[in-house]
Ligand binder design. Structure first.
Ligand SMILES: [Zn+2]
Length: 310
């Protein structure tokens, strides 16, 4: 079975061809310059057509296209319901019509963290588990939950996917969702420059004078070098993610918690901290939640999209 797949993130879009549930080839597009989804569609189509052509296939050989979107989606009607800040025009874009008219294939849409959970459960860190929570730590914080083998979707299609918007601080920073003190407003890549700008002594930190972008890779590296502000920001971010993880365990009763997203490039620092904190603070008298790093990494959502066509 040949499928196309798109995983749209806050800063990039990955276009891929899958065969029998495995990624055969993929191309990563920079989406940072695009404020809307509609202006990005021509580049997505061109990239997909190139991938198909270089694979020696034709569009008629494809069973469909899966689309993972970072926002609230209706995965029965395959439309975007709501998005915060990025790709604001997405609810007005008819993605099914676009796929049908431009590529001649059927499109199926899912939230990106739900798709990542499906991928990890099918072929990654959550293999063999029916009760899973996924947290993706990246531009924002994605969440998704599976209970008894069923992906949680809910009456309004938003069950499980707002894990990054669990409040971890009263009267905290205003989040893009409208709430105050959400985990992702307190510790995510989009919030990091805002957090740092307010941090006492930031102007003397190595983080204030970076050659590259201010992201968590830079924070973890500077903390390793002994930078005081970087160490404090790192430790506070770990505490935020760990508190959110306990909240998700309490909400969804998983036996497996999978951590993914770009921040897990620093997994040796992140995973043991969250594992220890969940072990100490989650109320799980039945035993310990398995805390695992994503095994599929950037391919998790792409692989998960193939499950939508089974
Ligand atoms: Zn929020």
């Amino acid at each position: 079975m040949n499928l196309l797949a798109i995983d749209l993130g806050g800063s990039h879009a990955t276009c891929a061809l899958l065969r029998d549930g495995a990624v055969r080839s993929s191309v990563r597009l920079d989406a940072a310059g695009f404020t809307g989804l509609r202006p990005l569609l021509p580049a997505l189509r061109r990239t997909l057509e190139e991938i198909v052509a270089t694979s020696g296939l034709a569009l008629r050989d494809l069973q469909g296209i899966g689309f993972a979107f970072p926002g609230l989606v209706d995965s029965e009607r395959h439309c975007v319901l709501s998005t915060n800040e990025k790709f604001r025009d997405a609810p007005s874009v008819d993605l099914r019509a676009w796929a049908s008219e431009q590529l001649g294939v059927t499109l199926r849409l899912e939230n990106d963290a739900r798709a990542a959970l499906l991928g990890e459960r099918h072929a990654g860190a959550a293999r063999g588990s029916d009760d899973v929570v996924m947290m993706t730590l990246g531009t924002g914080i994605g969440g998704s939950a599976m209970i008894g083998g069923a992906l949680l979707r809910g009456r309004h299609h938003q069950a499980g996917v707002l894990g990054g918007h669990l409040p971890v601080r009263l009267a905290g920073r205003r989040c893009t969702c409208g709430n105050l003190g959400c985990a992702e407003a307190e510790a995510s890549t989009w919030a990091l420059p805002l957090q740092c700008a307010d941090w006492p002594g930031f102007s003397e930190s190595a983080l204030a004078d970076l050659a590259g972008p201010l992201n968590y890779a830079a924070v973890f590296a500077a903390a390793e070098s002994g930078d005081r502000v970087a160490t404090e920001v790192r430790d506070r971010s770990l505490a935020v993610w760990a508190a959110a993880a306990v909240g998700l365990v309490h909400a969804y009763d998983p036996d497996t918690l999978v951590l993914g997203g770009g921040v897990m490039g620093s997994a040796p620092a992140v995973l043991p901290y969250i594992e220890r904190y969940v072990g100490r603070h989650a109320w799980t008298p039945w035993g310990r939640v398995r805390v695992r790093a994503s095994e599929l990494g950037d391919n998790a959502a792409l692989v998960g999209l193939s499950i939508l066509f089974q």
